[in-house]
Design a protein around this ligand. Structure first.
Ligand SMILES: Cc1cc2nc3c(=O)[nH]c(=O)nc-3n(C[C@H](O)[C@H](O)[C@H](O)COP(=O)(O)OP(=O)(O)OC[C@H]3O[C@@H](n4cnc5c(N)ncnc54)[C@H](O)[C@@H]3O)c2cc1C
Length: 331
């Protein structure tokens, strides 16, 4: 079974961690080649030159610098056809999730996403129902395009070298979409950090009346922001807290819906998580399934975290705890 590992470079020409993870997963299957797409892919190819594949197919040029369905699909289709691989493995990035299902249709392949593991025998595990169930699937037909979730393999590491590229010519059709600039939701750019070791989750308790009978939202925002800065942690939130903004309530200024963790939010993969002022209800905690070590700070000894959902529950006032943590980290 021949395998194509289909990767795109980032806008700075490098390969993201998810691309290197897909590379590890694809190399394990044997008989692999690589497809690289981007504005200029030589330095990315050089960075993985020692990975031992027989061919690195490349489509490069300015039209392929930015994510855009028409150019990405044309480039990926050309590489898939040039390699004629049975199995095409790609990281499940936003860029590939958008372009590759259409490519699968063009090359008459089947496509599956959210892949959690693949064996050389062609048995695949994937997540279903927002990571609630893991299913095993096999397909007799080939070609098969698999979009792999991040975190399923260790990122490939190895010595750089000088890679030989097999350039695949692609004449992109005239585009109707021009990328002018990237606009990030306010705040999320700095506070959502998938690579951080710690996830700090803020719950609605931060905005509730405290023991003096008053809410202390500005202090809550200041404590959370300075803890994030001092620890380099990523920020997550409960649904209740992010929903408050849309109801016009006073909220933490840097929170967006992108921070929401849970059944209707994200399932981040940080090694450690600390929930603060968050009750730990099941629809929230289900988003913690990949967090390996879980701790929570809550005033309520009977909160959801106490029901075997956290490894450690600190029954304490999160304002007091984070004030103390800040003091320790700055002293
Ligand atoms: C279909 C469905 C989907 C859902 N999806 C999600 C989802 O994706 N993500 C999600 O988060 N929720 C989701 N929910 C909502 C979820 O059930 C809870 O309502 C929500 O998680 C509660 O948020 P919270 O814990 O921040 O707020 P609350 O329930 O209001 O809890 C606040 C907590 O803060 C504590 N507290 C207050 N002050 C302090 C203090 N000073 N120190 C320490 N602790 C303090 C309180 O004791 C309390 O436990 C979903 C619900 C449904 C029905």
């Amino acid at each position: 079974m021949s395998t194509l590992i289909l990767l795109h470079t980032e806008t700075d020409g490098t390969l993201a961690k998810s691309a290197l993870e897909a590379l590890t997963a694809g190399l394990a299957l044997g008989d692999a080649s690589i497809g690289l797409i981007g504005e200029s892919v030589q330095s990315a190819a050089d960075s993985i030159a020692s990975c031992g594949v027989k061919t690195i197919y490349a489509v490069e040029g300015e039209p392929f610098s930015q994510p855009r369905y028409s150019t990405d699909a044309a480039a990926a289709e050309a590489i898939c056809k040039a390699s004629n691989a049975d199995l095409i493995l790609a990281p499940g990035t936003a860029r590939w999730m958008r372009a590759l299902p259409g490519v699968a249709n063009r090359i008459e392949a089947k496509v599956d996403s959210h892949i959690a593991s693949i064996t050389a025998a062609g048995e695949v595990k994937r997540w279903l129902y927002r990571n609630r169930m893991e299913g095993t699937i096999t397909r007799t037909g080939r070609k098969w395009l698999l979009l792999v979730d991040s975190g399923v393999a260790a990122p490939w590491t190895g010595a750089p070298g000088r890679a030989q590229l097999t350039l695949v010519p692609v004449e992109p059709s005239p585009t109707r979409t021009t990328v002018l600039r990237i606009e990030k939701p306010e705040g999320s750019g700095q506070t959502i950090k998938p690579e951080a070791k710690l996830l700090l989750v803020a719950g609605a308790g931060w905005t509730k009346k405290q023991k003096d009978g008053q809410p202390h939202v500005p202090e809550a925002a200041d404590l959370i922001a300075s803890t994030l800065k001092l620890t380099g942690a990523s920020l997550g939130s409960s649904k209740s807290l992010v929903d408050m903004g849309s109801e016009g309530d006073s909220v933490l200024p840097f929170l967006t819906h992108l921070h929401q963790v849970g059944q209707t939010g994200s399932s981040p993969r940080h090694p450690k998580g600390l929930a603060t002022c968050c009750h730990g209800e099941e629809p929230h905690v289900v988003g913690w399934r990949f967090i390996q070590e879980r701790r929570a700070i809550n005033l309520d000894a009977n909160c959801g975290w106490a029901r075997k959902k956290a490894d450690v529950l600190y029954v304490a006032d999160a304002f007091e705890v984070l004030r103390e943590v800040r003091k320790l980290l700055t002293s």
